[in-house]
Design a protein around this ligand. Structure first.
Ligand SMILES: Nc1ncnc2c1ncn2[C@@H]1O[C@H](COP(=O)(O)OP(=O)(O)OP(=O)(O)O)[C@@H](O)[C@H]1O
Length: 364
């Protein structure tokens, strides 16, 4: 083993893939979660594959928790890196039970069977999957399989956890709860472990990451704390990524109550005591605009006024104002045809309609 003085992860590497070249320098401190955002083809998977050791960098070094994993003529193979990888395809062994799948890593690292199974049970319990221990992977739902895959990665006690779009394959009902669970689990025994999370979804970054890097064309075009990058975007991609609606208030039931007493119906992303400071987060694409006040439940209906219309890729972003202060700046993405049909223009009185299942509520 080659010793390094670096705590956590530090990677400075260049790798070519066909005509594409990834050239990045990044670091994640022990206990830190670094989100990697970027448009399709920007090099996110190439980055993860290289960190995992599945792909060999052409030049550069990768150092992790006091060890050099890649460098001058050095390439530590994936299974010796102490790196855990969770992807959308959970890749569980179909012929093994859930318990045996999770115990596999510790066994492969030399733990006796009983000790490996104890470790597996502990991590299954952390991801709320103890009752799945005897099941085969083919009998699990997508969300259950993702929880098991996470337990399997963590059971090896990796120095680096790589999460590749872990919620992308889940339906809208399953993703918020799993995101909340991952946030909790990443806090467990996370002192030494660094985490790199690749995602398309700004919610993932907002909820899970301490810092964000934005990749474009194989290079890092933005980086900083998650709040900094998402509140002051400097590229079109990050501006879109940051285009979230956010309402602050205090937790109440499954939703929250704003300072002026409006109830916002949502889904809890994590357990929250009623009255705790909370934020409700949803995408502009989840907001419909109606002229009449519809009473369809379980939807949120907020009266507002059109403040402005901005072209936004293929859609028109409607900005709202009026009513209580939190309405100002809320955005709805509509097709140009819908804008024309509703005859929207600045000053038009509207109702913003958002399904509760599209709104995720987290602790603030
Ligand atoms: N096996 C490969 N051989 C040659 N080129 C590849 C290979 N895999 C990826 N590429 C190219 O490398 C570039 C970066 O791809 P990569 O999959 O890392 O991007 P990404 O950001 O993960 O994209 P996405 O969000 O679509 O998953 C792309 O131009 C892609 O065409």
């Amino acid at each position: 083993m080659t010793v390094s003085t670096v705590d956590g992860l530090r990677a400075e590497m260049a790798v070519g893939r066909g005509g594409f070249r990834l050239d990045v320098t990044l670091a994640a401190a022990p206990g830190e979660v670094l989100a990697v955002l970027g448009p399709n083809g920007s090099g996110k998977s190439t980055l993860l594959d290289t960190l995992a050791g599945l792909l060999r960098a052409d030049t550069g070094t990768v150092e992790l928790a006091g060890r050099t994993l890649a460098g001058d003529r050095l390439h530590v193979p994936p299974h010796q890196r102490r790196v855990g990888l969770v992807t959308q395809d959970t890749l569980l062994f179909p012929h093994l039970t859930v318990l045996a799948n999770v115990a596999f890593g510790p066994r492969a690292h030399g733990k006796p069977r009983r000790a490996a199974e104890n470790t597996a049970r502990r991590w299954l319990s952390e991801v709320d999957a103890s009752e799945l221990a005897g099941r085969r992977p083919s009998t699990l739902s997508g969300g259950q399989a993702q929880r098991v895959a996470l337990a399997r990665a963590l059971a090896t006690e990796p120095d680096l956890l790589l999460l590749d779009e872990p919620f992308a394959a889940l339906d809208v009902d399953a993703a918020p709860a799993l995101r909340g669970l991952v946030r909790r689990v990443l806090g467990v025994a996370g002192g030494r472990r660094a985490t790199v999370l690749v995602t398309h979804d700004p919610l993932d970054a907002l909820v899970l990451a301490d810092r964000v890097v934005v990749l474009d064309g194989g290079r890092i075009v933005e980086q900083g704390s998650t709040g900094e990058v998402l509140s002051r975007p400097r590229t079109a991609f990050t501006a879109r990524v940051a285009g979230l609606n956010l309402i602050t208030g205090t937790a109440s039931g499954d939703g929250l109550v704003t300072a002026d007493g409006t109830h916002v119906a949502g889904m809890r992303g994590e357990p929250l005591a009623d009255g705790a400071p909370a934020v409700a987060v949803f995408l502009p694409s989840a907001v419909a605009v109606h002229m009449e006040r519809t009473l369809a439940s379980p939807r949120n209906v907020f009266p507002a006024t059109v403040a402005g219309l901005e072209p936004h890729g293929d859609v028109i972003r409607v900005r709202a104002r009026g009513g209580p202060p939190w309405v100002a700046g809320l955005a709805a993405d509509l097709s140009p045809a819908a804008i024309a049909e509703l005859a929207l223009e600045p000053g038009t009185a509207i109702h913003l309609v958002i399904k509760a299942t599209e709104v995720t509520v987290y602790g603030a």
